[in-house]
Design a binder for this molecule. Structure first.
Ligand SMILES: *Cc1c(COP(=O)(O)O)cnc(C)c1O
Length: 460
């Protein structure tokens, strides 16, 4: 056992060294020789290697090629850092090696998910009676939610999709915000509904659903099984659909309403941004991420459903599916997700919520939004730069001259190693896309990043 203890101490030290260096390391390693890395990783050996050597070799090879997504100046996609308590919880969870399947494989994991799930509902303003599943991320959460939706709308039409599949089933319409996240489309493929089922709505100037057009689209097609996909937090602009009005229109047409709130749902945890989610509790299902704004390590997401029976019928496989109560009367986490054997994700979620508390979560959301506004304010003073979205949350979109120039600025910034932000095409224009989602980011990090952008813009 001495060897393992030494090895885990070593790993912890190495991990701490890495995290402490994040402030100074290049945010993206630009001059890494990946072919060399591939070569040094070697070929499969016949003989075993001592564990301590393996860990040392792996860290030595990989660390120079790591991307600073856990650091303070990574603004690509929507990327949280990992808070300290959930990071420690993940280390322990790996060592504990629990099977978070049900109450007999791991009573502790089952109970922790149950408690953390109810905390999440409270924080996000979702109905107390909603069911929930701990999944890998927004994609998986959208898939679980829309599987529940598919079950429900087809059951209402007298069709048992779990037994009879989709061949010969009534057609399911999926009316979605025209700027939905692409994971909705993949979900429709995976669920056999097909992207051909999609009827996109018009959006407003910020990419929020045009509610009048939603009503028009719904009224235009045949009545029947219908799912409406709304968005809380447009992945480019951060815009929120008007959930009160859009949900009312959708429910008037008998539709199931799903809200993709991969990062935007967290606005509910902050009193100053909560109004953006007015009416969120009226929907039928909700998807969000843990690895974005909650700042737990990858990967982590949550699917919530206002109709637990639909949720369970769609994804569970136990005989006790109607209650979701498995061995020992405990909630069975695997009844709410597509996985059977699975990692215990609840520990990190519980740890993050415990570390932050209600006030810490509110402050984290508020701080990221304030830093996004700081970006917007400072970037508007950079020659040739234009902030093109209303910065209502943590997302900032900025263009430089024409599309080619914008691409050159993005490329220059990424190569600088000072910070990392991606590009996007939105409303026909190439833009730099900035998302402030990490607990680590400070005003000084924004200022340093703006300086890097300013320098790249001067060279472009
Ligand atoms: C990130 C995101 C997703 C996908 O989430 P993953 O965690 O990458 O699976 C879905 N919808 C929106 C709005 C997102 O921002």
């Amino acid at each position: 056992m001495g060897d393992l203890r030494d090895l885990l101490h070593w790993s912890a030290e190495r991990a701490a060294d890495y995290r402490e260096a994040l402030d100074d390391l290049p945010v993206f390693p630009t001059d890494v020789d990946l072919d060399g890395l591939r070569g040094r990783l070697g070929s499969l050996r016949d003989e075993p290697t001592e564990a301590a050597l393996v860990a040392d070799e792996l860290a030595g090879l990989v660390e120079p090629a790591l991307v600073g997504t856990a650091g303070p100046r990574y603004f690509g996609f929507v990327t949280g850092g990992s808070l300290d308590a959930p990071t420690a919880a993940e280390v322990l969870a790996t060592a504990w090696d629990q099977i978070a399947f049900n109450g007999s494989t791991s009573p502790a994991a089952a109970v922790v998910e149950e408690v953390a799930g109810s905390w999440l509902k409270e924080l996000l303003g979702l109905p107390v009676g909603a069911s929930f599943g701990f999944v890998t991320g927004g994609q998986a959460a959208n898939t679980v939610c829309l599987a529940a939706a598919r079950h429900h709308v087809l059951a209402e039409a007298g069709w048992d999709v779990e037994q009879d599949g989709l061949a010969g089933a009534p057609r399911v319409r999926v009316v979605a915000n025209g700027e939905r996240h692409a994971t909705i489309d993949r979900t429709l493929r995976l669920l056999g509904l097909g992207t051909g089922a999609l009827e996109p709505t018009a959006t407003d100037a910020q990419g929020a659903v045009d509610v009048a057009d939603l009503g028009r689209v719904l009224g235009h097609g045949p009545a029947g099984p219908t799912i409406v996909c709304l968005q809380a937090g447009n992945v480019n602009s951060g815009a929120f659909d008007d959930l009160v009005a859009a949900t009312a229109v959708a429910h008037d047409h008998g539709a199931w309403v799903h809200v993709d709130g991969a990062f935007g749902l967290w606005a509910a945890a902050n009193p100053a941004t909560r109004h953006l989610l007015a009416g969120v509790e009226l929907a039928d299902s909700w998807a969000t991420d843990g690895h974005k704004w909650l700042n737990v390590a990858y990967d982590s997401g949550y699917a919530f459903c206002s109709r637990p029976a639909a949720h369970l019928t769609a994804v569970s496989y136990t005989a006790a599916y109607l209650t979701g109560q498995g061995e020992g009367g405990l909630r069975a986490p695997s009844d709410y997700v597509p996985e059977s054997s699975r990692r215990a994700r609840g520990f990190a979620t519980w740890a993050a919520l415990r570390q932050l508390g209600r006030s810490g979560m509110a402050e984290l959301v508020e701080r990221c939004c304030a830093l996004a506004r700081r970006f917007a304010d400072q970037l508007s003073t950079v020659a040739g730069a234009t902030v093109v979205n209303d910065v209502v949350l943590n997302q900032v979109l900025v263009g430089f001259g024409d599309d080619d120039e914008t691409n050159r600025v993005i490329d220059g910034v990424q190569r600088s190693g000072e910070c990392w932000m991606g590009g996007t095409t939105w409303h026909g224009r190439r833009l730099m896309r900035i998302s402030v989602s990490s607990w680590r980011t400070t005003e000084a990090d924004v200022d340093r990043s703006v300086a890097a952008i300013r320098a790249a813009a001067r060279r472009a």
